[in-house]
Each structure stands twice: as structure tokens, then as C-alpha cells.
Write a protein that binds this ligand. Structure first.
Ligand code: ZN
Ligand code: ZN
Ligand code: ZN
Length: 375
């Protein structure tokens, strides 16, 4: 299951994405975009430097000009190989030269630019020093929906990543839980994700017993015991696209209360999923899931938003949260992951990745949402 092919995106696909991004920047009143190595650059160009160093690499997108990748001379051959000569122009700079002057020459001296959230501060400061009449906006704040609507090839990759995460759950439910540490089960999860084609594991949450009541708990040394609820939340990247799913299992026979809490979360997850349709605001998904938990009396114990987008990263816009009025559009992909967290006792979360279709929602995670009893 390893050695999978790279994402099927061509120089023409990347060119189209860069044109779309440049148009969106102009529509948002920006003079252009400055894109640092990271998810935006990968999505726009397919290029990721082997190491992100203090040497400046930046993609410059300005309306009316060809895209230019400013790159250190020693990395230029790799960049050219990755992006293909047809997609953009390379502008390399050699050690000893001022990379900000090279970049500034592409920016017409003034204006407001969108810049990748993960740009190193030293680079932003260098640009500001070189071009005092420029100003900068966070690219995610300025263009939150840039990568949100996925095309058919991206949807296929996200579906495949989801299926690999599902295969991981089908295997993990067979392993012994009682008597092993959370970290042991976490290692099993990571190994399974890789076995099913993931090249990168972003998180393996194993929250047993009271640890499950902390949604940010990853794995610890706690030995899992008979009677524990265990929150399993895991994902990463397969062929460049993300997976992220949660199932909560129980070691041995659950109590009536544990079953009830799990049933409430399952109903909330179902209600959130049912609210997914084109034109619905993101916050409606959150409200639908939250209403079920609130009506059952556990509203104070659902302490996070209902979902987040997914694509070339495992957390990105759009967010399913109160106040987010962005309408859903076919092709958007995000999690629906309500939970109930009872401090000092246990937690329950159920999470699927969902995409918006013309008819409503389609899940990329399809393992059972019943409470699974493990050994
Ligand atoms: Zn129990
Ligand atoms: Zn998750
Ligand atoms: Zn998630």
C-alpha cells in the first residue's frame, strides 16, 4: 500500500490555480499575493523546498504579470523540476545578494499584499524595510475560501485518505486496549495510517477514561483499563491530502450512562451532517449539532466548534462555528465532530469528513458510528 503516485496535478492545473488566486486577490482589493513555502505554495505550484531555511523563497502573484518564484540559486534546479518550466518564471538570488530587493523589484513599490500566514517574521520585516509604502494582510484572513472548494481530483484524493483512515479504525478496533498504554495504541494508529498509504501522520489522539475529557490530549503513559471510554482521533496526509476521523470505543461493557452520552453525540453528529447542503451557512452545521447536545442537557460540555475544513492541510477554513455566515458550496470539505467532555470522567467525540454535494452532504468516513466494544 506504499509507494503511491504523486497527486495528479499538472503544470496547467497549477497555472489555473495561480490565475484564480491572483484574480481573487485583485477582487479583494489587494495588489498581489506573496506566498511562502507551505500549504498555499504546495497547492498553487506543487513545490515544497526540501528544507525551509532562512534563505527567502517566495511566490509572487500580481495581476497582469506572470507568476514569479523567487528562490535561492542553490535550490533553483529543484524548484524548476518540481513546478515545470511552463507554470511560472523563476527568479533566483545568490548568497550575498539582497533577496528583498529582488522581491521588491516585482512589487511596483506600493500597495497592500496578501502574505502567507506562515511567512517568517524576518522575511516580512525585510520586505517592509525595503518597501516602506507596502502593507500586508494575512492571506487566510484576506482569502479564506481560496482553497476551500475542491475540484473532482481533490475530492477523489480526500475520499481515498478517508478510506485509509477508515481501514485504520477497522484494524485498531481488533487490537487489545486493556492493560496497554495510550502511547502504545497511538503507535499502532500511526503505523496503520502509514500502512494504508499515509506519508505523514499529523495526530494520533488516544484519550482513555478521564483523559478523553480533554479534547487536546494526545497520548500519554496512562494504562488503559477495563471500563474506559477511549476517544480515538487520528489523521494525516495521503498523496498530499488530509484525513481526520474520530471514533469513541469502550473497553468491555459500557454503563447505561456511557451509552446514553454516546447516543447523544451520535445524534448530534447526524444532525450536523443533515444540515449540510449548498447555501446553508457554516454556522447552521454547528447550531444543528449543538442543539441536540444542549437539548439533552450537556450543552456546557460541548466546548469546541463543530468542524474545520480539510485539504492539503488537516485544519483550514471553512470553520463550522457560530458567527461564520459563509454559505456552503458544493466541493467544500470539512469535519463534523461534536463531542461531550465530562471533566475527570470521560469524553465522547464522533468525527467524519464531509463534502458538500448538490443534494446535501457526502461522508468520506463510513465506519460504524455505534459504540464499539473493544477488548
Ligand atoms: Zn466505562
Ligand atoms: Zn480529528
Ligand atoms: Zn478534526
Amino acid at each position: 500500500m506504499t509507494g503511491s503516485p504523486p497527486p495528479p496535478f499538472t503544470a496547467a492545473d497549477h497555472r489555473a490555480r495561480m490565475e484564480r488566486a491572483t484574480r481573487a486577490a485583485a477582487d479583494a482589493g489587494l495588489a498581489g499575493l506573496l506566498v511562502a513555502p507551505g500549504p498555499d505554495m504546495v497547492w498553487l505550484t506543487g513545490y515544497t523546498p526540501t528544507a525551509v531555511t532562512e534563505r527567502l523563497t517566495v511566490l509572487v502573484l500580481t495581476p497582469g504579470h506572470d507568476p514569479v518564484l523567487v528562490v535561492p540559486t542553490l535550490e533553483a534546479p529543484d524548484a524548476e523540476h518540481a513546478v515545470g518550466a511552463s507554470a511560472l518564471t523563476l527568479r533566483d538570488w545568490t548568497d550575498g545578494k539582497d533577496p528583498y530587493a529582488v522581491t521588491a523589484a516585482l512589487l511596483d513599490g506600493a500597495g497592500r499584499f496578501g502574505i502567507s500566514d506562515n511567512t517568517w517574521a524576518m522575511h516580512l520585516l525585510g520586505l517592509q524595510r525595503t518597501l516602506p509604502d507596502t502593507s500586508y494582510a494575512s492571506l487566510t484572513d484576506a482569502l479564506p475560501m481560496l482553497r476551500a472548494v475542491k475540484d473532482a481530483a481533490e475530492l477523489e484524493l480526500l475520499a481515498a485518505a478517508g478510506a485509509a483512515a477508515d481501514a485504520t479504525f477497522e484494524e485498531i478496533r481488533k487490537v487489545p486496549f486493556a492493560g496497554r498504554r495510550e502511547s502504545d495504541v497511538g503507535h499502532d494508529l500511526a503505523a496503520l495510517l502509514r500502512r494504508f498509504g499515509h506519508s505523514q501522520v499529523d495526530f494520533t489522539i488516544v484519550g482513555s477514561g478521564p483523559n478523553g475529557a480533554n479534547p487536546h490530549h494526545e497520548v500519554g503513559d496512562r494504562v488503559i483499563q477495563d471500563g474506559d471510554m477511549v476517544v480515538l482521533d487520528f489523521g494525516g496526509l495521503k498523496d498530499g491530502y488530509g484525513s481526520d476521523t474520530t471514533r469513541t470505543v469502550h473497553v468491555g461493557e459500557p454503563t447505561p450512562e456511557e451509552r446514553r452520552v454516546h447516543d447523544i453525540v451520535r445524534a448530534a453528529q447526524e444532525a450536523g451532517f443533515a444540515a449540510v447542503r449548498p447555501g446553508a451557512a457554516c454556522q447552521e452545521v454547528d447550531r444543528a449539532a449543538r442543539a441536540v447536545i444542549t437539548d439533552a442537557g450537556y450543552g456546557a460540555y460541548f466546548i469546541h466548534r463543530t468542524g474545520h475544513g480539510i485539504g492539503v492541510t488537516t485544519h483550514e477554513p471553512p470553520y463550522m462555528i457560530e458567527g461564520e455566515e459563509q454559505p456552503l458550496v458544493p466541493g467544500m470539505c470539512f469535519s463534523v465532530e461534536p463531542g461531550i467532555y465530562l471533566p475527570g470522567r470521560f469524553g465522547v467525540r464522533i468525527e467524519d469528513i464531509v463534502t458538500v454535494t448538490e443534494e446535501g452532504g457526502r461522508r468520506f468516513n463510513n465506519t460504524t458510528r455505534e459504540l464499539v466494544v473493544v477488548g
